[in-house]
Design a protein. Structure first.
Length: 148
């Protein structure tokens, strides 16, 4: 009886894992295609196809987090949300501050987030993302800003 339960549990876990891998692989392929199309002929400094969006300050605290592609070029920081499809483009000339923060809009994953404060037509705004190696992203943005 216990062996049968363990076998069924392992089969369910394997099926769930395969479905999850297929879905996330499909999402990443679509994000990569969007990114490739958007940045034809541009030099890309950094990319993350699994950036976790923590919301935009001006849109309020009730936003849902979402995953997508984060791209840094020599002129902009771009984010393409996977679902619903949405794009945010921040010209590097608009960036006022880049920091590492533990939370944004009351949300956290208990590790540093890439936090960007920038000027917008309506005033000051900010966004944060959970990315692998946020220090690398912060340093890369700051290096480009210092050259400008």
């Amino acid at each position: 009886m216990i062996i049968r339960f363990i076998i069924i549990a392992v089969i369910v876990i394997l099926i769930f894992s395969a479905i999850r891998k297929f879905i996330f692989g499909s999402i990443k392929r679509k994000l990569y295609a969007r990114m490739e199309k958007r940045f034809v002929g541009q030099k890309i400094i950094l990319t993350a196809l699994n950036a976790n969006f923590f919301g935009q300050q001006s849109k309020g605290g009730m936003q849902v987090r979402g995953n997508g592609a984060l791209v840094l070029t020599e002129i902009e920081l771009w984010f393409g949300l996977a679902a619903p499809e949405r794009e945010i483009s921040i010209s590097l000339s608009q960036i006022k501050k880049v920091e590492l923060k533990r939370s944004h809009l009351g949300k956290t994953v208990f590790r540093p987030l890439l936090y960007v404060e920038f000027s917008s037509p309506t005033g000051s705004d900010s966004i944060a993302w959970a990315v692998q190696n946020p220090v690398k992203w912060k340093d890369a943005i700051e290096r480009i800003l210092q050259r400008s």
